[in-house]
Design a protein around this ligand. Structure first.
Ligand code: UDP
Length: 322
């Protein structure tokens, strides 16, 4: 039960989850193609395998050569804009890659999977907070790839007895000690705000200050990666009792301006800003109804204050290794 394969375990959330599983007595094999992942982020206690979901032979070798009881699957391309410009890349990697993984799992009689899904599967919110019953109408190819995979899981459950939980993340944030957020290119709000404060970039662009929100900037639900990591383990331990989808967010909405203010408080420095036009496809507000995660997983959130989340990100930003 305790031997897990973490695919995409060199990425931001995957590397944090790997550390958390290891700390809780699991044996972890991390597989990653290192296109966006960082080898330095992988905990030394895990066995690392350089592998790609599109290479069926190397996938088979992983299952042939290692004892694997279940899979935690993070490996995906996740740039929304790129998914619209180059959907082929996203359907191939995210959807075909996951089908390869599932079919290999079944060949080796491995039937447990935890999957990184996203609130992007909901598309434009019809109401907030967003619960799992909210209609799923993704507005970009990235969100559609994740929705398709959720649907494939249901069919594989009925036909082959797959045990699956898809975790729909809201905005992952913060750092766990010496592992943190590092994307190339970086597009996410919190790392860019911290870079602007440090002077690594000239300013942060606030995308839109004409939204129908109290301070006119977009509201998101920032969930600390340690809380995300913990939810993955709780979900893995629920496999067999529950199949389906669960939101992971704090349930608290924080605006772009509130993030900037919290970052200024934590760092004690001013953040240079510029107002810019809205970014295409950004809804005004997105935050989670997380009752299901609490009820089914017994999930408790450790980081509910955005300043505490930013504190961990700020410490990481000042001591980053990659
Ligand atoms: N955002 C911004 N400036 C930036 C990057 C992001 O104003 O340089 C805003 C973005 O419009 C959104 C929020 O910050 O409302 C979070 O964006 P991010 O890209 O971090 O995550 P997303 O919500 O798109 O997954």
């Amino acid at each position: 039960m305790k031997n897990i394969l973490i695919f995409g375990g060199a990425g931001y959330i995957g590397s944090c989850a790997t550390k958390h599983f290891l700390d809780n007595g699991y044996n972890c094999i991390v597989a990653d193609n290192l296109i966006y992942g960082h080898k330095e982020a992988v905990d030394m206690r895990a066995k690392f395998i350089h592998a790609d979901l599109l290479d069926l032979n190397s996938l088979k070798d992983i299952f042939k050569n290692n004892k694997i009881d279940g899979v935690v699957h993070f490996a995906a391309f996740a740039y929304v804009g790129e998914s619209v410009a180059n959907p082929q890349k996203y359907y191939q990697n995210n959807v075909v890659g996951t089908i390869n993984l599932l079919n290999t799992m079944l060949d080796f009689d491995v039937k447990k999977i935890i999957f990184s899904s996203t609130c992007a599967t909901y598309g434009e919110p019809q109401y907030t907070p967003i619960n799992e019953q909210h209609p799923q109408n993704p507005i970009n190819a990235y969100g559609r790839t994740k929705l398709m995979i959720e649907q494939i899981f249901s069919d594989y459950e009925k036909a082959y007895g797959l045990q699956h939980i898809s975790l729909r993340y809201f905005n992952a944030a913060g750092a766990m000690g010496n592992i943190g957020e590092s994307h190339e290119p970086e597009t996410h709000l919190i790392p860019l705000v911290l870079k602007a404060i440090k002077g690594d970039i000239e300013y942060i662009s606030i995308f839109g200050n004409d939204y129908d929100t109290p301070d006119r900037t977009c509201i998101r639900d920032y969930i600390h990666i340690e809380d995300l990591a913990n939810a993955h383990r709780l979900a893995y331990e629920k496999l067999g009792d529950y199949n389906g989808c669960i939101n992971l967010g704090t349930g608290i909405g924080t605006s772009v301006k509130e993030i900037i203010k919290a970052a200024e408080l934590v760092s004690g420095k001013k953040c240079p800003i510029k107002y810019a036009p809205r970014r295409a496809g950004d809804p005004a507000r997105l935050f989670a109804d997380n009752q299901k995660a609490k009820k089914i997983l017994g999930w408790e959130i450790k980081y509910s204050d955005i300043k505490d989340i930013l504190q961990t990100a700020w410490e990481w930003e000042n001591n980053r290794r990659y």
